[in-house]
Design a protein around this ligand. Sequence first.
Ligand code: 5AD
Ligand code: SF4
Length: 435
Amino acid sequence: MNPKTFKIKSFGCQMNVYDGERMAELLGAQGMTAATDGEDAELVVLNTCHIREKAAEKAYSDVGRLRREDGTRPLIALAGCVAQAEGAEAKRRSPMIDIVVGPQAYHRLPEMVAAVSNGARPVDTDMPAISKFEAMPARRRANPSSFLTIQEGCDKFCTYCVVPYTRGAEVSRPWKDVVAEARALVDAGALEIVLLGQNVNAWVDGKRGLADLIRELAKVDGLERIRYTTSHPADMRDDLIAAHAEVDKLMPYLHLPVQSGSNRILKAMNRSHTAETYLAILDQVHAARPDIALSGDFIVGFPGETEEEFEATLSIVDAVRYASAYSFKYSPRPGTPAATMEDQIPREIMDDRLQRLQARITEHSLAFNRSKVGCDTRVLIERKGRRSGQMIGRSPWLQSVHLETHAQPGELIDVTLVSAGPNSMAGAIRQSEAA
Ligand code: 5AD
Ligand code: SF4
């Protein structure tokens, strides 16, 4: 029997969120409808993430939990990076999984669903030359802030990371497709577009790079804000830095992961930068856009990391004064070079370092947010807050701003930032607006 309702559960990064939205549109175009909250969907797609430990185990236990009380279950598709990594093994490990579909093959989901009703249990983890994007329906729905994947995969091979194996080599979507999708999103109501890629600043089409693309998108009427994430220091070209000075619609925010402040660890990670070259890039970015909010990623407890080397990470956090940052305990990923390195760091040490790092990051986030108190700015309303009458939006610096307002999602309103916490701001509608 062909399913009529579906639910897509996405885990992990923003690129999975984007893929989840595209799969929903694809299934919708086949006449299926998204199950409402609490409703039992006939097809469940688990769109998984493989970046950290126990990802596969978690996915299998999520699958197990889909069994209903009466012993029946929905049709189950395992998608995303765990599907890519496990492939046919997934069907052997869990007889409940009907479909295994990798991130480059999900345009085939409808035909795979149809094949299940003929008794098949299809697996597709190919990375075909023909892009899945070409096989997708045009975009008709958008969020006020919409994701747009422009680049996938990674050629950098950091020694801890599975991405080059699960998402494959760096591939950029063509210029004209990206511009067309951006226009479609704006026509459907997007005011902000977040360009996504594992190495988004490695995006290329012929001679054109991300800076050219951003300048082109800035010409789209109705598009107010442009962001991009995640970037690699090695691809932070001068023209992209210049765009931060010159393109008003490009928001003053940059997520540029450094991972560690120790040059010995950076080398062991196969990062192509040192602490000094990274800081030099940020100096340039800062000169181009003095109010830029900086963000990054960190790994603590990489094999062999000494207390001193960890302290170098704390020092780089102090030097950059990040507005926000993500930090993770090193997690050995099967098949990556770091997983078999000597001197794996005991869990208690990693826990201690993570706690200290996060405390330090929080101090800087709070300081950054406090520095914006009293600032008049614009907030893009995205969703309702927890309290009635409260809405949540984003400032140009990607801060979450809580407001009492009648404004609705998709409105860009003038706000004064009135107070700061480490993770969010409170704002007030500006007087002239409120009248
Ligand atoms: N262990 C811990 N963190 C990791 N990341 C990637 N691989 C690992 C790993 N094996 C982190 C990096 C990266 C972010 C997306 O996830 O900081 O920037
Ligand atoms: Fe992973 Fe490094 Fe590529 Fe980022 S740049 S996806 S951390 S291999």
